[in-house]
Ligand binder design. Structure first.
Ligand code: 2IT
Length: 445
């Protein structure tokens, strides 16, 4: 039998200085500990020790020349967390101060998220402590070339298939794939999130946001409610926020706020026109990392250096970073009568925030369920590439909708409590965990 606190204490000893990884493991284990303790096969197979240890961690040096001719050194990583159900799959993150602990948390989360999609994908994550903000295109190109010159040794279409994450969008994936082709002289589907002209899937850029809204729509329907007329606030202003805003608007909600590191914008007319959506994305891809220009251009309100969670809305979506919504923010949202909270960023909410929503009976969708649409369409991109075909956007969208519906239903099956309240955190964790654990048992150690 496992004791959660004892297990976490030992985990902390083995993974010092990695608080986000410990937080992510604690979150999953709190949900699954009873399932494990009541299953002798899981106990006998030491599943918890094995599932919390990455299969492999790769760390490498990335040297590149900036526009002034100065040579820079960054640290690159790939965490191959678990391949029990398929090739390692998960994004690459370029962010200053990125640590191995952050990537371990992301790789761990990814393992269960990918399991939830029902597609055969294991979990991995990688990236570098490279800050793309303010870098020129040429600098990004040189960095990506150098990064892939190391990474190519460890990845492959049936081994490990990276994609984008924070700081890695279509442009970076293009440069990385270009270098892969130079080194390997082949077109294997070794990255997803590729451009349309070289093997990318339709709907991939907007998939995370679209999927998040499909999941939210199911949650609202289950509560005999609908998106129509709901006010929405979103943190972030990248691909994920963009897809969320477009689909929420399409389904009748009114998106009134977005945010960036410089503060947040409230546009009471709704972020509802193509011009506004496109501008949001343009701001993000300009590598400047600020939202104030949106307020200037569209005569919206700008609140410098404040978090958007203080602003009243019916539904809140975290679309930026881990731990971006804490217990204090949750209190403000609850006091302002938020009806639903959806985590679109990975581990966007701290444990005390999640707990506060639970105690207030507010349906809360966890990241590994809500944001799984992105990696799901990555999986569909792999399927198309391996068959050398390209599906229509209708086809990809239909499959994405089915996948999100399946994830929602898994949450209902595993997360329904005695009083009928749906604990989506528990539901997603148990459903995602069981498949990986069962595969590990079947494969032996
Ligand atoms: O967090 C995520 O699911 C992603 N960054 C997408 C990963 C992928 O392989 O598409």
């Amino acid at each position: 039998m496992y004791n959660l606190e004892e297990f976490i204490t030992n985990l902390e000893k083995r993974n010092q200085g990695e608080p986000e990884f410990i937080q992510a493991v604690r979150e999953v284990l709190s949900s699954v500990i009873d399932v494990v303790n009541s299953n002798p096969v899981y106990l006998e197979n030491r599943i918890l020790e094995r599932i919390t240890e990455p299969d492999r961690v790769i760390e490498f040096k990335v040297e590149w020349e900036d526009d002034n001719g100065k040579v820079n050194v960054n640290r690159g990583y790939r965490v191959q967390f678990n391949n029990a159900i398929g090739p390692y799959k998960g994004g690459l993150r370029f962010a200053p101060n990125l640590t191995l602990g952050t990537l371990k948390f992301l790789g761990f989360e990814q393992t269960f998220k990918n399991s939830l999609t029902t597609l055969p994908m294991g979990g991995g994550k990688g990236g570098a402590d490279f800050n793309p903000t303010g870098k020129s295109d040429k600098e990004i190109l040189r960095f990506c070339r150098s990064f892939m010159t190391e990474l190519y040794k460890y990845i492959g279409p049936d081994t490990d298939v990276p994609a984008g994450d924070l700081g890695v969008g279509g442009k970076e994936i293009g440069y990385l794939y270009g270098q892969w082709k130079k080194i390997k002289t082949n077109n294997e589907s070794v990255l997803t999130g590729k451009g349309r002209t070289f093997g990318g899937s339709l709907i991939r850029p907007e998939a995370t946001g679209f999927g998040a809204i499909y999941f939210t729509d199911s949650v609202l329907s289950y509560n005999k409610d609908s998106l129509d007329g709901k006010t929405v606030i979103v943190s972030g202003f990248g691909n994920v926020a963009w897809g969320t805003v477009i689909k929420a608007t399409e389904l009748g909600a009114k998106v009134i706020g977005i945010s960036g590191p410089d503060g947040y914008v409230i546009d009471k007319n709704g972020i509802s026109t193509k011009e506004k959506f496109d501008y949001m994305l343009e701001l993000r891809s300009s590598n400047k990392n600020v939202v104030k220009p949106y307020a200037d251009k569209f005569k919206a309100e700008f609140y410098p250096n404040r978090k958007i969670w203080e602003y009243p809305a019916d539904i809140a979506f975290t679309c930026a970073l881990q731990n971006e919504l804490n217990g204090e923010d949750a209190k403000k949202l609850i006091a302002n009568k938020v009806k639903y909270v959806m985590e679109v960023s990975n581990m966007g909410c701290t444990a005390d925030a999640v707990d506060a929503f639970y105690k207030a009976n507010i349906p809360f969708g966890p990241g590994k369920a809500v944001n799984a649409g992105g990696v799901a369409v990555s999986g569909l991109e792999m399927s198309q590439n391996s068959q050398h075909i390209s599906w229509s956007s209708e086809e990809v969208n239909k499959q994405l909708q089915n996948i999100m519906k399946n994830i929602f239903e898994s949450c209902i099956i595993e997360g329904k409590e005695k009083n009928g309240f749906i604990n989506y955190v528990k539901g997603a964790n148990i459903a995602g965990f069981k498949k990986v654990a069962d595969a590990m048992v079947a494969l032996g150690y």
